[in-house]
Write a new protein. Structure first.
Length: 396
């Protein structure tokens, strides 16, 4: 995700400085190289050695440190950054940057960089709400500086309020977005994911093995690429992807209502949910007892995708087809019957494809007759491939 990206992190003097360690770990796990620089106050909270050990790189603390390469270090750091992050950013450093002050390694590097700068403030609530801080944040935002705004909660000083450093995941996601081309900016994308549950009685239901991994990966990838994403999700145990509006549903009928309501506003609809085709015709009011073997009559659920196909929407429609035989013929027939632009087909019997796995093996058929066969890919990587293909249809 962040392969070959260089993230320069300016650590400032706040108690949340220790949380940088976790951020560095996440960034490195995602493939980034991290370089830390510290203000003198930051060194009162954590040591340069901690950060150097985690980054595997020298941590710079002063303007006039001797370096082996005799390069002008703050300039070379400013140039190497794909993203420069200030975390935790104090009221003091935010004020200095807005005033154009560059009097140490961190502020000088910020002044010298052309990379996107992400500022994650953390401070006491009164300091954060101080009109001077608010004015500085507003003016810097207007100049194109990015912010991961603080959370509300219990603060180290004992107060409760706004000012706690944002969750590390939120800062990480904002860094990922700044490293990702925003090719879906301005587009509205609707994704469905997971199984549906069709009630039999108050304690039982019919469902399938879908875990929602593919749909959640698509929703997350679209949001990272700048789209405004709505995820209509059946019951799964995955965390909501950051920056995605999630609508939780249970049954196919609830999923239908949620999807049909949002559909007219969408540029792209990707239906990766495994919708139950049938539901019990009658849901028992009371728990069915085992001494009388029940006969469960089924009736058909609405075919949501087919209904979308008949709605004459402006959205690009992408469906999924899960087959166990005659993959190509059945997928193409579904694409035509449901009026889709693309269908992503997989054969459940192929190793590495289907429910619950982190990988999938798919072939994508498009209505212009083109066929793209993918090797076994991580669902996260496949999500981007599907979005890239679907984007072509949006601009057509
Ligand atoms: N789908 C839907 N509503 C349904 C059933 C399926 O919107 N009631 C969507 C799925 O989200 C998927 C596509 O239709 O994108 C194909 O689903 P699949 O289960 O493979 O096909 P079905 O149409 O159900 O056909 P069959 O069960 O006969 O293979």
């Amino acid at each position: 995700m962040l392969q070959e990206k260089q993230i320069v992190i300016g650590v400032c003097g706040g108690i949340a400085a220790y949380k940088v360690c976790d951020l560095v770990r996440m960034l490195k796990k995602a493939g980034a190289q991290c370089f830390c620089m510290m203000t003198s106050s930051a060194q009162e909270f954590i040591t340069p050695l901690t950060l150097s050990t985690l980054t595997g790189q020298k941590t710079v603390c002063g303007m006039f440190e001797q370096n082996k390469d005799w390069e002008v270090e703050h300039i070379s750091w400013a140039k190497r950054a794909d993203v420069l992050v200030l975390v935790p950013a104090t009221a003091n450093v935010i004020g200095k940057i807005n005033a154009g002050i560059a009097d140490d390694f961190v502020t000088t590097t910020v002044m010298a960089t052309k990379a996107p700068v992400l500022i994650a403030p953390a401070m006491n609530t009164n300091m954060f709400e101080n009109p001077i801080t608010q004015r500085n944040i507003a003016q810097l935002s207007e100049l194109g500086y990015h912010f991961t705004m603080p959370d509300e909660g219990f603060l180290a000083c004992g107060d409760t309020g706004r000012g706690r450093l944002a969750e590390t995941e939120r800062i990480f996601e904002d860094i990922v977005r700044l490293c990702t081309p925003q090719d879906l900016a301005g587009k509205s994308v609707l994704v469905t994911a997971g199984p549906t549950r069709e009630a039999v009685d108050p304690v039982r239901f019919l469902t399938n093995h879908s875990t929602g991994k593919m749909g959640y990966a698509i929703a997350r990838a679209a949001a990272r690429r700048g789209a405004e994403v709505t995820l209509v999700s059946g019951p799964v145990s995955l965390p909501a992807p950051y920056g995605v509006r999630v609508e939780q549903v249970e049954s196919a009928c609830q999923m239908r209502d949620a999807v049909i309501q949002s559909a007219p506003k969408m540029d792209l609809i990707i239906k990766s949910a495994a919708v139950a085709d049938f539901r019990p015709a009658h849901v028992a009011d009371q728990k069915l007892k085992k001494n009388q073997l029940p006969e469960i009559q089924l009736e058909k659920n609405p075919d949501i995708l087919q209904e979308l196909g008949q709605m004459k929407l402006s959205a690009v429609l992408v469906g999924f087809a899960m087959e166990t035989e005659d993959l190509e013929q059945r997928a193409k027939e579904k694409m035509e019957r449901k009026g889709l632009h693309m269908i992503v087909a997989n054969n459940l019997k192929v190793e590495g494809a289907g429910f619950g796995t982190d990988t999938n093996v798919v072939t994508v058929f498009s209505k212009d007759g083109s066929v793209k066969r993918f090797p076994k890919l991580e669902k996260t990587a496949l999500a981007d491939e599907i979005l890239t293909m679907a984007k072509e249809w949006i601009v057509r």
